[in-house]
Design a protein around this ligand. Structure first.
Ligand SMILES: [Zn+2]
Length: 493
């Protein structure tokens, strides 16, 4: 008889500093699929569920797809929404004949009104439904806020090995393999966790760059036929919950204390080099001056004006207008493309049409905590509704709707892309799709922490990380954490 494995995927990265809470509708917009639909619609995608299912089938297992729901990063999820998402999945789980194992693909930083560690809550509920005997393997995003509680109910816990993330399907397949190896008998496969009170900015979590590279290399040096996975969870830092910090999990066939010893040695090393996880910030006006000076020397690549503090992939609104205000004031006199979300400004641009002159107040329309409206005037270059077809390796081939959009030429080199939904500006396709060739730019404005490194790869020659407050800021010591247990580095030195 073939091995029966159920697979359930529910993924959202919560940012407790987001301007608005997340809801069932946010998941519905991206598709909530139960049963066979979860399998059929995920097939071929770079997702954990697709990777897990395809691996299980290759091993002649019987796969029972339960659910796939994915929500854009955003605020805390309502209790009723959480319940509504999971109820059909749980009903399906209890109605199943005997299972051999369960794979849960969860982000690891989902927060609901009631549950600060909602992913651990899901695992606990699944455990209550299926009993103590059936093993559970969990996958997490690298930005998960992992706590030891989840391992009371999960046997195996692993995460992505990449950031920017490109190994979602591989992670699903690896979890499936570990689960099947566990079912095959022999020394049991289990996971251990070590967690330290450390937050590091997303900008310095890039696995292939120092200082993360030396941590990853150290972790890899422990891998063996008995140490099967080591996952680093530097955590997405914009969550204000009591147990917050950088976690390391080690999965293998060694005894738990030995797995824990390895996890602790790695986290000790991370703690030792914690001062190295620093980000140099530049004031917008200094960044503008620097690009001007660079242009006088002549160069073939462009600068990225990185507003990581207002990054929609991290749960921000994408409506902060501080940089645009500074560019207007300075009159850039170099070619620069910027972007901002503003529903009313797009409507006004549509009213005058292409070629028309507009005077607009833009920005701060969704999250007015961090910036004020900025007055701009210029000519409408282009209007549209076409979505962005991503080209970078992160989500290659995926279409992202930015709603209605307009491009406004403000003169002196400044062009603004205004849209009704946040743009995936981490990918050059954003500007290219609205008729702005990035090859002609001296600087492009990007609202992202790290994804852009996979999107733009070698198109840019410098990244200027802007010193602007916001809900996804790298200036962690300035963020108003109220519930996180202290001391916590770098808030308390
Ligand atoms: Zn992530």
């Amino acid at each position: 008889m073939s091995i029966k494995i159920a697979v359930l995927s529910l993924i959202q990265e919560t940012n407790t500093f987001s301007a608005k809470n997340a809801s069932y509708e946010d998941f519905k917009m991206q598709g909530i699929w139960y049963g066979q639909e979860a399998d059929i619609k995920s097939k071929g995608s770079n997702t954990e569920i697709a990777g897990a299912i395809s691996y299980l089938r290759s091993q002649s297992c019987e796969v029972i797809p339960i659910m796939r729901a994915w929500g854009m990063s955003g605020g805390v999820l309502g209790d009723d929404d959480f319940r509504a998402l999971l109820q059909p999945a749980f009903e399906m789980l209890v109605s199943l004949p005997a299972l051999d194992g369960v794979i849960l693909n969860l982000h690891g930083a989902l927060i609901t009104q009631t549950h600060d560690y909602a992913d651990a809550e899901i695992v606990a509920r699944v455990r209550a439904l299926i009993g103590e005997e059936i093993p559970i393997a969990v996958t997490h995003d690298l930005h998960a806020n992992v706590t030891s509680e989840i391992l009371e109910h999960a046997d195996i816990l692993i995460g992505y090995q990449t950031y920017p993330h490109i190994d979602q399907a591989d992670t699903g397949a690896k979890a499936a393999k570990l689960l099947l190896d566990l079912l095959a008998g022999g020394a049991p496969i289990q996971s251990a966790i070590s967690k330290i009170p450390l937050l590091i900015p997303a900008e310095v979590q890039i696995i292939k760059s120092e200082p993360m590279l030396q941590v990853r290399n150290l972790a890899d040096s422990y891998l063996s036929d008995r140490v099967l996975d080591i996952s680093l969870f530097p955590v997405q830092p914009w969550i204000d919950v009591p147990k917050l910090g950088f976690a390391v999990t080690v999965t293998g066939t060694l005894a738990k204390p030995e797995l824990l010893k390895i996890a602790t040695e790695i986290s000790d090393k991370i703690w030792e080099i914690k001062e190295q996880f620093e980000v140099d910030l530049v004031k917008p006006i200094e960044a503008i001056e620097k690009i001007r000076r660079g242009n006088q020397l002549g160069r073939s690549k462009f600068s990225i004006l990185l507003q990581s503090s207002d990054a929609p992939p991290g749960g921000a609104a994408g409506d902060n207008a501080v940089l645009i205000g500074e560019l207007i004031k300075a009159g850039p006199d170099f070619n620069v493309y910027t972007n901002v979300v503003d529903v009313n400004a797009v409507a006004d641009a549509n009213d005058v049409g292409v070629g028309g002159e507009v005077n607009l107040s833009i920005g701060a329309s969704l999250d007015p905590r961090w910036s004020s409206q900025v007055l701009i005037s210029g000519k409408v270059l282009n209007l549209g509704t076409t979505p962005i077809l991503l080209k970078g390796i992160v989500m290659n081939g995926q279409e992202v709707s930015i709603g209605n959009w307009a491009t406004i030429d403000c003169g002196r080199g400044l062009i603004i892309l205004v849209s009704t939904e946040p743009t995936p500006s981490f990918d050059p396709a954003t500007y290219e799709s609205v008729g702005l060739a990035v090859g002609k730019a001296d600087a492009v404005h990007v609202r992202s922490c790290a994804l852009f490194r996979a999107g733009y790869v070698d198109l840019f020659d410098e990244v200027l990380i802007l010193d602007i407050p916001g809900p996804t800021s790298p200036a962690l010591a300035k963020i108003d954490y109220r519930r996180a247990q202290r001391p916590l580095f770098p808030l308390d030195r």
